[in-house]
Design a protein around this ligand. Sequence first.
Ligand code: BF8
Length: 631
Amino acid sequence: MTNQSIDKATQEILEKFKDSSSKTAWDRADLQKPHCSFGQQGTCCRVCTMGPCRIMTKKNVSTLGVCGVGADTIAARNLVRMIAAGTAAHSDHARDVALTLHLAAKSEEGDYKVKDPIKLRKIAHIYGIETKDKNNQELALALAERALSNFGQQTGELDMTQRAPKKRRELWRTLGILPRGIDREVVEVMHRTTMGVDTDFRNIIKQGLRCSLADGWGGSMIATELQDILFGTPTPLRSKVNLGVLDQDKVNIVVHGHDPALSEMVVAASHDPELQKLMEQKGAQGINLAGICCTANEILMRQGVPVAGNFLQQELAVMTGVVDLMMVDVQCIMSSLPDLTKHFHTKVVTTSPKAKIPGAEHVEFSEEHAFKTAKEIVRMGIENFSHRHGNPFVPNESMDLLAGFSSESVFNFLGGTYRSTYRPLNDAVIDGRLRGAAGIVGCNNPKITHDWAHVEMAKELIKNDVLVVVTGCSGIADAKAGLLRPEIAYKMAGEGLQEICEAVGIPPVLHLGSCVDNSRILMTLTNIVHEGGLGEDISDLPVAGAAPEWMSEKAVAIGFYFVASGVFTVLGNPFPVLGSPSLTKHLTEELEDTVGGKFAFESDPIKAAHLMIDHIEKKREALKLKEVMYT
Ligand code: BF8
């Protein structure tokens, strides 16, 4: 089992069910082998029905598709369509958040309220909204309308891009990749990549970069900031992670997906006196909420709700036999869940009209009746408590963690409670106590030992005095491995990083939230540039990024907006482009000359960490910084 996961809880459940008829993603992944090499290399084209066309190379001569396109075009088209899909996912989520803010602004009596009025004013200012003489409701309405207009905007520049360093924004403008409107960039990718349009692979990638920026500095940033306004900006808090947070004696409700709008209400509904009474009548000792994937990250960061697991643990949560209800919203939800519940008592409840799953119960969520829907779902979970059967098995594995960092809180923290400044962080990098910083983000993928690449990479980086920030399933992986505890710095961090962690009481690995919260990393990098002393652009900074176990189209969009923002980014498994050596070279070499960032593909997390460290050193040298103090 150890080659499937490094996580003990995961290993125990997989071992227990290895000969049973309950199948998981790992079993299905085995059945998919060998993978289609054309798909893997990116050289299969299905954009019209003259094919499907595959590009084959014999004695250095490649075939062409029926319309005449070769491997370069096909692989580039396939890749940027992944960017468009990822951007669409993050941004459609953001649209729903903006609509929720609009609703909160319109009806003061509704379930949603502005929780962070300071951020409301700050973001309204970015949108050029006059804040003087406006109350919160008026401001929220104006902001929601302006944010919504960014989706359908046809010309101009996305408002949030103004937050990027000046030099970066000018570069985007010069290169013609400053995003105009969020939906427009997604549509243009789809247009350009349809049969017989753009066949210049560099030009296709250029639009891919523009589309990805519409995600990072558009959709994802809108989602993060408006969620903070509605649900509160996270501040550091303690919680627990892994399947051991499920409690046999309590009603266990697991929320899974990405959109916090309903799960925030479920948190409130779980305290409802009427439902508490029903829970007691059913003989349970409490209502225990836990999360999976990014919905988990959202309510962990703001409410401290424990996390049951990351992407590859969603089926395992059901297999414990103690999850009375799993409520899902959108994204990263395995279609296998309802089928799995044939062997277990868990009710799987879909809630979004955009994401129904055959075999699941559907309770439609609408922002107008959010609390009522949340209560109904919690009630279903409580009612299902008495239907448990068989021998439940909850691995005795849970880990403490410190989360809730944001671009506002984390480095203010580094500046001390009363000093709101990035100065101490910049100074630590300048004087060589810190080598630099790295972001590790993204998914799990059954092709890679679960959690292994995330955890090994993080350990290697902190050992070398690189402060690590994490989001998404990467954050959950590191949390399970204990890396989000301040005390781990003494055991695993280099001396310089240890000093900093000790002085401010932070862990060497900082959890910044869900995948849309990668926009917090963009803002953190921007704040470091603005603080001064480390160059004028993100591409000058001694930083790097990685997605060592990525699998989702959303990760492709994220990788691209980091590279387009000037960040060297290492992927654990390559993009499906290796069938085009020219495109591969463009992504891993040439892009650096234009946008200042590029990709590398490296499956060994230690080697990948050293690619990042080498890049950080290269940037330190260019900035003429002192040598790192402790080597
Ligand atoms: O958006 S890291 S598996 S849960 S895609 Fe999905 Fe990947 Fe997890 Fe969050 Ni992000």
